[in-house]
Structures are given as C-alpha cells and as structure tokens.
Design a protein around this ligand. Structure first.
Ligand code: PGA
Length: 255
C-alpha cells in the first residue's frame, strides 16, 4: 500500500441522462459520506456535469469531465474548453483515454496540450496510458507506454506534479472482464513510476497512478495492496452506486 492519497474515479463514458445521473448521486453520496482518506471522483458526460456538480457541491465527492479541448475559445464546433469545465465545478478531467486515442485518433501531442490547458485553468488532469494486447504480445509494452507518457506529459512542468494523476489502463482489460493480475499491473506501475521520476525527479514519487480495466468491488483491494497502485479508474462498475461505493469503501477500510 502506498502513502499517496488513494483516488477512486468513476468514468461514466457515454452513459446516463441527467435524471439517471442525479439518481446515482442521491444513492451514492450517503454511502460514501464516512469514507476515510480517499479522493472520490465522478466523471459524468458533459450534459450532466452542471447538475451533478450542484448535487455533490459541498460534499466530499469531486467532479471530473471525460475530455476537453485545449484551445481557449473559438471556432471549434462541438468542443468544450477548460474554462467551461471550471465554470461547472470540475476539479479533475480525464484526457487520453484509450477510447479517444483509438476511436478519435487523438495523438500524444494533442493530449499534452489538453493537460497543459487544464493545469493552467486549475483542473487536475488524469492522463491515461496503456497498451493493446497486440503491443504487449509483441514485447512493445515499455516502448508504447513509455512513449505515451513522454508525449502526453511533455508540457507538464515539474512544479505541477502534485496536480497530476496518471491512469494505467491496459486496453485489453477495459470493459472485457479481463483484469491484469495485481502483479502484472504493479510491474507496469513500477515502470511508469520510474519514468515519472526520470522526468520529474523526486516529485515523480508523489504522483498518483490509478489502475483501470475491469476494476470491481472484489478485485480493488488486491490491486490497491500493490506499492505503486494508488487508485482506480472505474468504468462499468462505476455506473452502479452500490458497486462504486463498495470500491471506494473497501479501500477506505483498508487504509
Ligand atoms: P472498465 O473501464 O472498468 O469498464 O473496464 C475502465 C475505463 O475505461 O476507464
């Protein structure tokens, strides 16, 4: 178990209308009111950010967006800026999720610009990296994950490491029910930690690294027991208030 403050985030992806999102919060908030030393984050779709932000306002649950455009403002139809996310109360934002890299062709340079824009607006980026099964089997894990890290964090200054969260999500474990074993995950987290320390010096030791990919109430504890796993980025199991509360609370009991 690490000494870094654990961070459990639910990434709702393209799920939940505002009504469904508010129903989740109503059930979830009381379940985690007594959680210990842990950061709890909900990442609803853009359309529910404002309402969810209001519903969790003043509670210990933080709000995240799932994406951002790095430009300040302008002719970018369909896009949302960091200032707009600040406006609705986001304190975190996910960038570089594998679905965005794969489905929308996002490059490391674009992700780096997003992270920089968020940091200058006062929002903490959750920067995702992870290899496909094909890349892992070809022995390219370190090249791929190392390359994504270097590229996506290119614009983060050493003075901002406290505001940075990294998520390791092996693509083959996302939504497949196939979790990396805690040992497999730890191996990659240790590699990421080493790269973060190369890049940021001692500050790299304080950066929280979440694991993502089929995190469930019954596997979170063994994942969190690993020295370099500091949290979870949860998709499917984060859609249900009781299941996400069990993920948050199980850890809180352990800490
Ligand atoms: P999953 O998704 O928990 O459904 O595997 C994780 C993610 O994509 O963040």
């Amino acid at each position: 178990m690490s000494t870094r403050r654990p961070i459990l985030a639910a990434n709702w992806k393209m799920h939940k209308t505002t009504g469904e999102a508010l129903a989740f919060v109503e059930k979830f908030a009381p379940l985690v009111a007594e959680a210990g030393e842990v950061d709890i984050v909900l990442a609803p779709p853009f359309t529910a950010l404002d309402r969810v932000g209001r519903a969790i306002g003043g509670s210990r649950v933080a709000l995240a967006a799932q994406n951002v455009n790095p430009a300040e403002q302008g002719a970018y139809t369909g896009e949302i800026s960091s200032a707009m996310l600040v406006d609705v109360g986001c304190s975190y934002t996910i960038v570089g999720h594998s679905e965005r890299r794969a489905l929308y062709g996002e490059t490391d340079a674009f992700i780096a610009a997003k992270a920089a824009s968020l940091l200058s607006a006062g929002i903490r980026p959750i920067v995702c990296v992870g290899e496909t099964l094909e890349e892992r089997e070809a022995g390219r894990l370190e090249e791929v994950v190392g390359g994504q890290l270097a590229g996506s964090l290119a614009e983060v200054g050493s003075d901002r490491v406290d505001d940075l969260v990294v998520a390791y999500e092996p693509v083959w474990a996302i939504g497949t029910g196939r979790t990396a074993t805690p040992e497999m995950a730890q191996q990659v987290h240790a590699f990421i930690r080493a790269r973060l320390c190369d890049r940021f010096g001692d500050g790299g030791r304080g950066i929280r690294i979440q694991y993502g990919g089929s995190v469930k109430p019954d596997n979170i504890a063994e994942l969190m027991a690993q020295p370099d796993i500091d949290g979870g980025l949860v998709g499917g199991a984060g859609l249900d208030p009781e299941s996400f509360a069990r993920i948050v609370l199980f850890h809180a009991r352990e800490s």
